[in-house]
Design a binder for this molecule. Structure first.
Ligand code: ADP
Ligand code: G6P
Length: 486
């Protein structure tokens, strides 16, 4: 087994198997913020990524991606249900997102979650060089830091939570709250998207563990665990390069033509997830149509909603509700050849997303709660023309950085309607000023800056950060094709 001095552990590998039309397996880049962010930096970094390749059964053999080695971890059908669909995505995910959907507390899931976390920890412990740095990602693997410390006390352990960490009164609902907190605090450095999360964890550490804790350090078991905010970002260079490609620019033009050359295009791009506020957005848009503020001939809305966690019941119910509502709105307000909403429930290549972003006059990003929201940042990076308006939820982590967006409370449907109209009517000068400021911010806070800041805080020496590429290069290479392990 080849060893590595930087090991990243995330539930998902950056590739997902996908049935091609001929039934063979075709690997494609997995959608989702974590895979997008980490893939951008790690492909050019000497490191190993331990994760799940999608599907069940024996782990497939995966080729290296550039200088990145992939070490797949297998899941059985029962583990997929209890660990991924169950505890991670039906208990922790809704609870950590302000319980916008009722979390399910199923006593059967905990043991599976614990056992799968142990398998990830063992896989990483096996390949880590003596004294290596291990960077554990997200809520699926919250027990891994403490498990790794137990297995390999020589390792430097980092943990980063991509989703929000909830306020103590919500976290306290968790039946296994102490174990989960202790699991995360096995790390040397725990990173969050927002400072509020570090504050919440400090409050809980005092209350549940009776330890001394501040918003940047927690004393546990004779060690000091450092905590802090490291807002994640995107590969700005990649998105800019994509947006400047002549084929992407002409695809954007073609899209506008295909949409009937409307005066305004409103665009939303989300994983089909109840945290994304898609239903509130549809209600607002439908009321604007009903009250005559928006006319189908002038304005079109494009909602991209890539399928996600499709076997989880709450996601199936959400899809049914959204598709019913889109059908109702189109039935009521659409005209022959002119639907009110173009609904696309499919994955897109990065270049297609870049073209879509360029087609939008108003990008509508209105999650009810979101750790960061990289789509908002991708839209800004794709707009070299300085045009376009961003309507952004106050409850997305990105709102703390993209202050010049049209910020909105998505729960307030009337406020959302007003903000959409304001963004649609804004003059070019106002939009350019907002865009310029947001683009400037992103240039200085891209994905490399995020990784450098985190890794430097982890090892203090800057040696880990030196492994990162000086500049991310735009990628042209297609993901490898390979037969499915399923
Ligand atoms: P989340 O992490 O909750 O999915 P983010 O907005 O942070 O939300 O990240 C979503 C990522 O998934 C972005 O990088 C975006 O480009 C990508 N994505 C969203 N929709 C699609 C799609 N239809 N096809 C491919 N990638 C998508
Ligand atoms: C969010 C989570 C990630 C996850 C992604 C996609 O970004 O923070 O950990 O990978 O959603 O979800 P999925 O369940 O498809 O991995």
């Amino acid at each position: 087994m080849r060893q590595s001095s930087l090991v990243v552990i995330a539930n998902r590998l950056p590739l997902d198997d996908n049935a091609a039309p001929d039934g063979a397996c075709e690997w494609r880049r997995s959608p989702g913020g974590l895979a997008s962010a980490l893939h951008a930096i790690l492909e050019q970094t000497p490191a190993t990524w331990v994760g799940w390749a999608g599907g069940v059964g024996p782990a497939p053999a995966l080729p290296d991606m550039g200088s990145l080695r992939l070490r797949p971890v297998s899941l059985t059908e029962d583990e997929l249900r209890g660990y991924y669909e169950g505890f991670a995505n039906s208990t922790l995910w809704p609870l950590y997102h302000d319980a916008v959907q009722q979390p399910t507390f199923d006593r059967g899931w905990w043991e599976t979650y614990r056992a799968v976390n142990q398998r990830f920890a063992e896989a990483a412990a096996e390949i880590a060089e003596p004294g290596a740095a291990i960077w554990v990602q997200d809520y699926h693997l919250q027990l891994v830091p403490a498990m790794l410390r137990e297995l390999r006390p020589d390792l430097l352990i980092g943990f980063f939570l991509h989703v929000p960490f909830p306020p103590p009164e919500l976290y306290m609902q968790l039946p296994r709250r102490v174990e989960l907190l202790r699991g995360m605090l096995g790390a040397d450095l725990v990173g969050f998207q927002r400072p509020q999360a570090a504050h919440n964890v400090a409050q809980l550490a005092k209350k549940l563990l009776g330890v001394v804790a501040t918003d940047d350090a927690i004393a546990v078991d004779g060690r000091t665990v450092r905590t802090g905010a490291f807002p994640v970002s995107i590969d700005v260079t990649e998105m800019r390069a994509l947006a400047a490609r002549p084929d992407v620019v002409s695809h954007a033009r073609q899209l506008r033509h295909d949409l009937g050359v409307p005066k305004r295009v409103l665009l939303s791009v989300d994983r089909l997830d109840y945290t994304k506020g898609i239903e509130h957005r549809l209600t607002a848009y439908s009321e604007l149509l009903r009250d005559g503020f928006v006319k189908v001939r002038d304005t079109v809305m494009v909602q991209v909603a890539v399928p996600s966690r499709e076997r989880v019941e709450s996601y199936q119910d959400l899809r049914d509700r959204i598709e019913g509502e889109v059908g109702r709105i189109n039935g009521e307000y659409g005209r022959v050849g002119e639907p009110a909403i173009h609904y696309l429930n499919q994955p897109f290549a990065r270049s297609q997303l870049a073209a879509l972003y360029q087609t939008a006059d108003v990008m509508v990003v209105t999650p009810l709660r979101d750790g960061m929201n990289l789509v908002a940042k991708e839209f800004i990076a794709a707009r070299e023309d300085g045009a376009g308006a961003l309507v952004l939820s106050e409850f997305a982590g990105a709102a703390a950085e993209l202050e010049q967006a049209f910020l909105v409370n998505p729960h307030d449907v009337d406020g959302l309607k007003d903000t959409l109209l304001q963004a649609m009517k804004a003059d070019r000068g106002d939009l350019t000023a907002r865009m310029t400021a947001m683009r400037q911010h992103l240039t200085e806070h891209d994905i490399l800056a995020w990784a450098r800041a985190y890794l430097t805080a982890l090892d203090h020496t800057g040696q880990l950060a030196e492994r990162l590429p000086a500049n991310p290069r735009p990628r042209r290479r297609r993901p490898p094709r390979q037969r499915s392990a399923r």
